[in-house]
Design a protein around this ligand. Sequence first.
Ligand code: NAD
Length: 487
Amino acid sequence: MKAQPPASHFIDGEYVEDIDGTAFDSIYPATGEVIARLHAATPAIVEKAIAAAKRAQPAWAAMSPTARGRILRRAAEIMRERNRELSELETLDTGKPIQETIVADPTSGADAFEFFGGVAAAALNGDYIPLGGDFAFTKRVPLGVCVGIGAWNYPQQIACWKGAPALVAGNAMVFKPSENTPLGALKIAEILIEAGLPKGLYNVIQGDRTTGPLLVNHRQVAKVSLTGSVETGKKVAGAAASSLKHVTMELGGKSPLIVFDDADLESAIGGAMLGNFYSTGQVCSNGTRVFVQKGIRDRFLSRLKERTEKIVIGDPMDEATQLGPMVSRAQLDKVFSYIEKGKAEGATLLTGGGIPNNVSAEGTYIQPTVFADVTDEMTICREEIFGPVMCVLDFDNEEEVIARANGTEFGLSAGVFTSDLTRAHRVVDQLEAGTLWINTYNLAPVEVPFGGSKQSGFGRENSLAALNHYTELKSVYVAMGKVEAPY
Ligand code: NAD
């Protein structure tokens, strides 16, 4: 299987190569096969991308939001027409099963282009402020050149979730995908050009943690939006602060999912499984600390085990496969090391914890894993694992579980399953998280703001709220009379 793009980078409307950059391979995690060889951006490539963005942005910003939106909506249509092709590429890039990518990846990216393309005409208006004769008005203006830096779990979605609001607001973007998943964003850049986006407005350059700082520290960059780990977030936010750049930080989590005795058991188990095993557990908002009230603990665990052991693991290109490999061997090793810590610290391994036996030995597969009898202080309960490892904890009452759920430095998401509506609202009100669910988990439609609190980040993606993070306000005072000066 090959997925070699014409060149490593996409700048100013075309593919560009610079073989002086460090070569790196793109690996299909299901087989370990090299599917493409690329080069990280050299400083010259970074300069070229930022210069192209800087050059293209003023004319784009001068277009009407309606005209900009039309181009993004066309891009959404093209993405939907090519959903299968893009989903296959996403599967090759990440190892996620086609069953998922076909419904959750390019389609979610297309949703962003469609949503922001659609709202552009109305959502970028300013305010009129009457001042008794004089008046003022505000304009929502773009920031200029924005940098997007992506994680490897949702490469196409992240490229679009950052690109769509940035572009519709009149900015230009330089996007750097994760070095683990370099392919999808290049296709998004191609499609945007095909949809009519003027060249230079959406550029993609490759690279890793040594390339990112070249973008973050660049003096012509106005804003950085990162999706990544908390550790990287601190570095990027710190670097951006030294030149006072705008930042959006979409970082990691260790989110609580609370299941009360009165919950619909099958729904709650389904939610917990989706919130731990979808995308092989590589989802930032996953509800990895599943708090189950003691009255239903045993029934919950026995049905969870039964359902987890039926998950179909295998070739990600097979439509029947429900769980693919981890994105990389490094990530797989990291997850196994957490499984060992869980066992050593006394958690009960309910199911999983090993390598499935029906897959390629070269693939980076792992069984969906559930630990029971987990306690708050265990490492597997405190640190983000970013793999298909669910921790189940017991609790007695509401007050206790809220305090324990909030006992983390993260604050990305949280979920509650209960049939008591009043309790559901009372609990979510007290949970410290940016994105919360009642009686479901991990749904993130474009209409709803998405993002974290505490160390999980700041700023929001999706919804009209995202536009605030890609624009700033200009206030204009208009005097209707003469200036009265005391001198
Ligand atoms: P990572 O932090 O290792 O890397 C993220 C990106 O940052 C990569 O493109 C990487 O090359 C780049 N990078 C690394 N160091 C950098 C630096 N010093 N300066 C600039 N760029 C740098 O994260 P990952 O392993 O790719 O992804 C997994 C993490 O992402 C998890 O913690 C997960 O929770 C988080 N995540 C968050 C969200 C969200 O929306 N909140 C979504 C997906 C993933």
